[in-house]
Design a protein. Structure first.
Lengths: 195, 408
């Protein structure tokens, strides 16, 4: 890994201290070029991972972390990019494998990847209204109607989700017997009463 | 009088669009035996030929990453069992090493050797299932019985070692739950002899089997470039001809001490992926035998693990410090320094990665799980179109994925 060449070519790229691999912060608009440069000139030919991180107290709030792997030089590099206006350039055109990782980051955090060919949700269903890995989303989850237009058409009834109780984390205060272990239901508290 | 209408070839050419008919959309799954779990493929078919494949995942999404942010590092160990539930021991090891790197812990040799044995047994277990089920997908039922017979023996060994057959939760951050039981290594040795015989039997049943060859050879070849660009890892990457194996190239847990070869495919088709798995079982047996021969003595947990492990029960009841320590570990979790770490381990399905961001304290700020099955499935839209519908089952089986790890 030639860190000097990278920081020389992309002057806004800064090296960070890390315990396990070379780490850089990359300017938002340069992310795709940096990834392309690393693939073509430094042998980082495999995108190991791409994920979002939520920092509610920072501005910009969301960050994207990429881990690139060189199968020839056997080394990793980590790239951090901040999401200006919750958006970051997509790297799917450089590493097609980023497609699903980016869809997941959008699904879980609401990060937009500009230039992504197929910006759909991936783990949650298409009409799901939240981004569950954001820090303010409660662990217990929030009940939402399930999309079942075909069932409603035949039966004339709305499909409702099974009650979220009984598991170690999801419980409805008061509904469950006191004998069962209960985790704190974070969707309501003293200031914000249960709907 | 003319009774039949003559049809010229020119007419057919002109009407070809009309004669072609409509494409059909077919949903394969979410409950389909060939999808090995709850995967749905939305296939667009032109006759028997697939022209578009759109995998729909998320049916097994449990929010493991969200759960991890809300519990201590120690509490998350059982959740790693449920990622690739066909190789829970290997997942436990990968997670433990990731956190240990963040905490700066160094494992004693015995602990590392036991972990290597665990990983290789998990690999054998996972590949035996992968091959058995793959044979069944392509029409050979017997192999499944042979390989499951061996897996049963493995499960007995796992049970002896960990107390559980399936969800093992064997490693702890900083060590293991317990030392090896007496005589266990000899029983592993006996198993090694048996599994090699079974593998040879499977070899004779499948590798030159005409039906199996027709179902696998030349089906869905993945070129080197395609495999790399989609980030495939593990046997799927090596079948495409790239000799990359984290055990050799980024050794962890003392893998550099053992001698073994990396099987590599040439064409990257379904048959190559099967061959690579077969050979990996033999290589795993080779590693296991070396581990048994050179099993070091000494401690099976790190000296520093005292700040992560719960103190012994007898001391908690009688000593003040241990009582406080126990209370702090249970309520706040082990204190891990702030920082970030990314660790990938060579799991049976590919590289299982954990990216952990810590702000200090006993709970990870962000824990990202990079599941190799998720990546293996993302290549489907690129390799399935152009194949016949019957080959889809063959392609899915050859990628050897697990939905527990894909959906997390």
């Amino acid at each position: 890994m030639d860190a000097a060449a990278l920081t020389q070519k992309f002057s806004r790229t800064q090296s960070l201290k890390s315990i396990d691999m070379p780490t850089f912060t990359v300017a938002n608009d340069e992310l795709a070029e940096v990834v392309r440069y690393l693939r073509d000139n430094q042998g980082f030919d495999l995108l190991a991972d791409l994920c979002g991180v939520d920092w509610p107290n920072r501005s910009p709030r969301f960050g994207v972390v990429l881990h690139l792997l060189s199968t020839t030089n056997k080394e990793y590099v980590r790239l951090h990019a901040a999401c200006d206006n919750d958006a970051v350039p997509s790297v799917t055109s450089i590493h097609p494998g980023a497609n699903w990782h980016e869809r997941e980051a959008y699904d879980m955090f609401g990060i937009t990847f500009t230039g992504h060919p197929d910006p759909r949700r991936i783990l949650m269903w298409e009409s799901y209204p939240y981004h569950p890995l954001r820090k303010e989303f409660p662990l217990a989850g929030i009940e939402v109607p399930l999309p079942a237009a075909d069932v409603a058409e035949v039966t004339g009834q709305k499909v409702e989700a099974a009650p979220m109780m009984g598991g170690p984390f999801v419980s409805h205060g008061g509904h469950m017997s006191g004998a069962e272990p209960q985790a704190l239901d974070q969707s309501w508290n003293e200031e914000k009463p249960k709907a | 009088m003319k009774t039949t209408k003559e049809i010229s070839l020119g007419d057919i050419a002109a009407r070809s669009e009309e004669l072609r008919g409509e494409n059909m959309t077919l949903n394969m799954g979410p409950s389909h035996p060939a999808t090995h779990g709850v995967l749905r493929l939305s296939l667009e078919l032109d006759g028997d030929k697939v022209i578009k494949c759109d995998p729909v995942i998320g049916y097994l999404h449990r929010g493991d990453e969200k759960i991890a942010e809300n519990m201590t590092y120690n509490q998350f160990v059982p959740y790693t069992d449920r990622l690739d539930y066909l190789a829970p021991l290997a997942n436990n090891v990968a997670y433990a090493i990731a956190v240990e790197r963040l905490a700066g812990l160094k494992m004693p040799e015995r602990c590392e050797a036991i972990r290597v044995a665990c990983c290789e047994m998990a690999r054998i277990s996972s590949h035996l299932l992968g091959i058995g089920v793959y044979a069944m997908d392509t029409g050979a039922w017997t192999v499944f019985m042979y390989t499951f017979n061996e897996r049963e023996k493995l499960y007995t060994l796992f049970e002896e070692l960990t107390g559980a057959r399936f969800t093992t939760s064997y490693t702890r951050i900083g060590g293991l739950t317990r030392d090896l039981p007496e005589g266990w290594l000899q029983r592993v040795e006996t198993f090694c002899d048996g599994v090699l015989k079974t593998i040879d039997e499977v070899d004779r049943l499948l590798t030159r089997n005409g039906i199996f060859l027709e179902r696998t050879e030349g089906i869905a070849p993945i070129s080197k470039e395609l495999a790399l660009s989609y980030g495939l890892t593990g046997p799927n990457l090596r079948a495409s001809g790239i000799p990359f194996d984290l055990r050799k190239d980024k050794p962890y847990s003392g893998y550099e001490k053992y001698e073994f070869d990396i099987p590599v495919g040439t064409k990257g088709d379904c048959f190559d992926r099967y061959l690579v798995r077969m050979e990996e079982i033999r290589q795993s047996v080779r590693i296991l035998r070396q581990v048994i021969k050179t099993m070091p003595g000494g401690a099976w947990y790190a000296e520093d693990a005292k700040k992560i492990f719960l103190p012994p029960k007898a001391k908690i009841m009688t000593k003040m410090e241990e009582l406080i320590q126990n209370f702090m570990l249970v309520t706040e979790g082990p204190q891990i320094p702030a920082g970030e770490v990314y660790f990938e381990a060579e799991n049976p399905k590919g590289s299982l990665g954990f990216y952990i961001v810590s702000n200090g304290g006993g709970v990870p700020y962000r824990l990202r799980i990079r599941g190799p099955s998720f990546v293996s499935l993302s290549i489907l839209p690129a390799i399935v179109p152009g194949n016949f519908l019957t080959d889809v089952a063959s392609i899915l089986g050859s990628l050897d994925f697990v939905m527990g790890e894909c959906d997390r």
